[in-house]
Design a protein around this ligand. Structure first.
Ligand SMILES: *Cc1c(COP(=O)(O)O)cnc(C)c1O
Length: 458
C-alpha cells in the first residue's frame, strides 16, 4: 500500500463552493429562538435590528441544504484555503497506538484560527448591505483579529469589545487588531449603559464573553448604520464553518479514509459544528455512523454539566433566548482559567444533536490540556492554541484506548489554531503556578436558578 503523505492537500479548484446547512437534514430541529420582548418565537424580521439581512436569513433558514458561497468570499478563502489535513505520524509513534490520527489545521492565517472563515462571510454581507460599520466582542482575541482582517479587506469600520482579562493578558492581540484599523475597548466599559450597570454591580470584574456581547449589541443597535456580528454559537457561523468539514471529507476521500471518531474542542460550537457537518450528514442520513466527541474545559462545562434550557446568549439579557446547553448567562468562569472556550452556552444546533444522542462530550482540566499541548508541539511542531489542545487531548485519549484494544481506528480532530498569544498561560503551566478550578454543584445550581422563566415553556 502506498504510504499516506504527512500533508494531504486539496488543490484550489477542489475547494468546496457551497456551505452545508446541517439543519436541512436534522430529524428534529433545534427549538426556535425566542424574542424576549414578546415571549414568542422570533421571526427573521425580529433579527433585523441586530443582524444584517442576509445573515438573519441564514440564521433562520432550516431548509436550504447547500448555500452557494459568493465569489468574493471564495476569492478571499483562496488566500489561505484549502487548509491542510495532516497525518499525525509522530504523535501516533509517541503514543505507540495502532490508531491513524489526522488533524485539520486551521491556524494558517493571521488570526491564528478557523474564525476567519466566518469573519470574511459576515464582513462581506455587511458591506453588501452598505452598512456603515459593525461591532463585535472577542474573548481570547482570535475572533476580533479575524474580523478586523476581514473588515479591513472590505473597508468596513469595526469596534471590538474585548473581555478585560484577555485584553490585559494578551496586549499583542490588541496591537494586531489595531493593525487592521479596528477600534478596541476593554469590556465591561463605560461606553455603554449595560457596561456601566455591570461595572456598578461588580466593580472588580474581569469581564466575560456574555458582558462583552451585551456591550457590542447595545453599541450596534444605538449607532446609525451599524449591526452586530458574532463569531460562534449562531447557526450562520456553523454554516460558514462547514467548509472545514467538507474539505476534510474530500481530503480523506483522496486517501480512501473515513473517520471512525471525530473530535473537536467546544466553546460555542462553531469549529466543531463545521468540522462534523458532512459526517453528521452521513450519520443523519444513515450512510455512516462515526462517533463524534466534543471536548470542553472542566472550568466551563456547558455540555457535560449544563442544563438544556432556554437562556439568553449574553449577560445583559439583550439578545434573543435560545434553547441550548447552558451554565446560565451570568456564569463567569474562574479568572485563572486561561484555556479559552469560556462561553456559558453552546450552539443550539449542537445542543440539540447532543441532547438527541448523536454526539458525546467530555471535559478536561486545564493543566492536562497544557501538558497535552506541549507534547503535541514537540511531536508535530505546531504550538497549538489552548482551545485546540482540548481536541488534541480528546483524540489522544481515544488513541490510547486503541492501544489497549489493538484496534486501528481512524481518528480525525480539528486543530483550530496556534497559541503564540497564549504564552502567559503556557509560562504559568511551566512555572507550576497554573491551577485547575472546577465549579462546584452548588455554584452551578445557583446559576441555573437564575435561568429565565418563560410562561408555558419553562
Ligand atoms: C474561538 C476558538 C475556539 C472555540 O470556538 P468554537 O466556536 O467552539 O469553535 C477554538 N479554537 C480556537 C483556536 C478559537 O479561536
Amino acid at each position: 500500500m502506498k504510504k499516506i503523505p504527512h500533508r494531504i492537500y486539496l488543490s484550489e479548484d477542489q475547494m468546496p463552493t457551497q456551505w452545508y446547512n446541517l439543519r436541512a437534514d436534522m430529524k428534529e430541529l433545534p427549538d426556535p429562538i425566542i424574542n424576549p420582548a414578546t415571549g414568542r418565537p422570533a421571526t427573521e424580521e425580529d433579527l433585523y435590528p441586530v443582524f444584517c439581512k442576509e445573515l438573519a436569513h441564514q440564521e433562520m433558514d432550516n431548509t436550504t441544504r447547500y448555500v452557494p458561497i459568493p465569489e468574493e468570499i471564495l476569492e478571499f478563502y483562496r488566500m489561505y484555503r484549502p487548509s491542510p489535513l495532516i497525518r499525525a505520524y509522530n504523535l501516533e509513534k509517541m503514543l505507540d497506538t495502532p490508531a491513524r490520527i489526522y488533524y485539520k489545521f486551521e491556524g494558517n492565517n493571521t488570526s491564528g484560527s478557523h474564525k476567519l472563515n466566518s469573519a470574511v462571510a459576515q464582513a462581506y454581507y455587511a458591506k453588501e448591505q452598505k452598512l456603515r460599520g459593525v461591532t463585535t466582542e472577542t474573548g481570547a482575541g482570535q475572533w476580533g483579529t479575524a474580523l478586523a482582517e476581514a473588515c479591513s479587506f472590505f473597508h468596513l469600520p469595526l469596534t471590538v469589545y474585548m473581555v478585560k482579562c484577555s485584553y490585559e493578558q494578551k496586549p499583542f492581540r490588541k496591537s494586531v487588531i489595531q493593525t487592521f484599523d479596528a477600534d478596541i475597548i476593554p469590556s465591561p466599559s463605560d461606553t455603554t449603559q449595560v457596561g456601566k450597570k455591570i461595572l456598578a454591580e461588580n466593580p472588580g470584574t474581569t469581564g466575560s464573553l456574555g458582558c462583552a456581547i451585551s456591550e457590542a449589541v447595545e453599541k450596534a443597535t444605538t449607532t446609525e448604520g451599524y449591526k452586530y456580528v458574532l463569531g460562534s454559537v449562531l447557526n450562520q457561523v456553523l454554516l460558514h464553518q462547514s467548509i472545514i468539514g467538507e474539505e476534510s471529507l474530500l481530503a480523506m476521500q483522496t486517501i480512501d479514509e473515513y473517520p471512525d471518531i471525530i473530535v473537536g474542542c467546544a466553546g460555542g460550537g462553531s469549529n466543531l459544528g463545521g468540522l462534523i457537518a458532512p459526517f453528521m450528514r452521513d450519520k443523519l442520513t444513515g450512510k455512516a455512523d462515526p462517533r463524534i466527541i466534543a471536548v470542553e474545559p472542566a472550568s466551563c462545562p456547558s455540555l457535560t454539566r449544563g442544563k438544556y434550557a432556554y437562556d439568553f446568549c449574553d449577560t445583559g439579557k439583550v439578545t434573543p433566548m435560545a434553547r441550548m446547553y447552558t451554565l446560565g448567562c451570568d456564569f463567569i468562569p474562574s479568572a485563572n482559567h486561561a484555556g479559552g472556550l469560556r462561553y456559558h452556552g453552546m450552539s443550539p444546533i449542537l445542543s440539540k444533536l447532543y441532547h438527541d444522542g448523536y454526539m458525546e462530550a467530555v471535559s478536561a482540566e486545564q493543566t492536562k490540556i497544557f501538558e497535552t499541548a506541549i507534547e503535541f508541539a514537540k511531536q508535530e511542531t505546531i504550538l497549538p492554541a489552548p482551545e485546540s489542545a482540548h481536541a488534541i487531548y480528546g483524540a489522544v485519549q481515544e488513541a490510547l484506548k486503541c492501544k489497549e484494544t489493538g484496534e486501528a481506528k481512524t481518528i480525525l480532530f480539528g486543530l483550530t489554531g496556534t497559541g503564540y498569544f497564549d504564552m502567559v498561560a503556557y509560562q504559568s503551566y511551566m512555572d507550576h503556578t497554573m491551577t485547575d478550578y472546577i465549579p462546584t454543584d452548588e455554584e452551578l445550581e445557583a446559576s441555573f436558578a437564575k435561568l429565565p422563566k418563560i410562561p408555558g415553556i419553562q
